[in-house]
Each structure stands twice: as structure tokens, then as C-alpha cells.
Design a protein around this ligand. Sequence first.
Ligand SMILES: Nc1ncnc2c1ncn2[C@@H]1O[C@H](COP(=O)(O)OP(=O)(O)O)[C@@H](O)[C@H]1O
Ligand SMILES: [Mg+2]
Length: 176
Amino acid sequence: MALQLEAEDRSRFEAAVAPVRRHGSVPTRDAPAQHRHNLPVPLTSLVGRAVAVREINDRLARTRLLTLTGVGGCGKTRLALEIGRSLLDDYAHGVWLVELGPLVDPALVAPHIAAVVGVGETAEQPLVTTLVSALRQRNILLVLDNCEHLLPGASHAQVAGRGRPGGGRLRTLFAA
Ligand SMILES: Nc1ncnc2c1ncn2[C@@H]1O[C@H](COP(=O)(O)OP(=O)(O)O)[C@@H](O)[C@H]1O
Ligand SMILES: [Mg+2]
């Protein structure tokens, strides 16, 4: 059944979904750089955490890897997403949330990150090598969520973040 909207309802609907389309979770290739991300639209506003937000922003400016730790439910993911959203303008290649919770095999971490950031496999070299070299050339923030059980796999991001930067600026925020 094709659902139709009256003209007036349609314009109200368009106005309501416009922000979601601008900041929604489905990135498009030709999206403006500052809108390259897959962060979910927050349903509630952030309560408190102003000091933590400032401190994390400050540390991310100086360090390549930052891990947020704390008991389950204390707000690590929420905070990481908030930080990511606030830094969209700073990363020309985007801010990408990589949800690692459902993965059980560390070997799947690299393919998962590659899929999220749009790096494809080539015949010439292992995907991990392609991924690390691509990440090193990008100005990109990775938010790796629920990764503590996959640390061997998540170390690809650490490897990419170490050593010669390769012209890019990779930052990784782990929400453990
Ligand atoms: N500062 C906050 N403001 C608003 N909601 C929050 C805040 N911190 C956590 N929440 C909410 O509490 C719930 C648990 O937070 P979450 O970030 O998933 O915890 P964690 O990742 O540490 O397990 C989520 O629904 C999240 O949106
Ligand atoms: Mg979490």
C-alpha cells in the first residue's frame, strides 16, 4: 500500500526528518566531509559530563589512543558518541563508530573496521595491511565500542595509530 501525505503534512514531515538525514547513520559517498559519520542520533540529551567531555577532547588532541573504562552502564558509550559528534568538523574523513560487542573472533575485527570505514580487500596484500595503510593516511576518528574481549583484533587500530603517521591523523577512542 502506498502511503500518501497531504502537502501540509508532507512539509512538516520533511522539516522533521531533515536533521536526521543530515546527521543520520547512513553515510553517502558524496556527503560533505563534516557529515561523514555513522553515529546514531541521540534520543536524549547528555546529562552532566561537561568536565569529562573537556578532558577527553583535550587528551584526544594530544594522544592517538584513548580508552574509556568503567562499570557497565556508567555511560562510556554515551560519552564516546557525544565526543564523536562534537568532533565531526575536525575529521575530514569522518567519525566512525565500530560496534565490536557482537564479534567473538578477533580475526573479524579488521574486516569489520574496514567495512565501516569503506576500505576494500585487494588482491595484492592482506586486508589488514591495506586497512592500516589507509587509516594512516586519513584524518579520521574511530570509536571502537565494546572491544575489551577482542583486544588482539582491536590492536590493528593501535598499530595503525603508532609509528609513522603516513600523512593522516588517526585517533581511536575505545569505549571498553
Ligand atoms: N551522561 C548521560 N546522559 C544521558 N544519558 C546517559 C548518560 N550516560 C549514560 N546514559 C544512558 O545510560 C544508558 C547506559 O549508558 P552506556 O553509555 O550504554 O553505558 P556503558 O557503555 O558504560 O555500558 C544508555 O541508555 C545511555 O544513553
Ligand atoms: Mg557501552
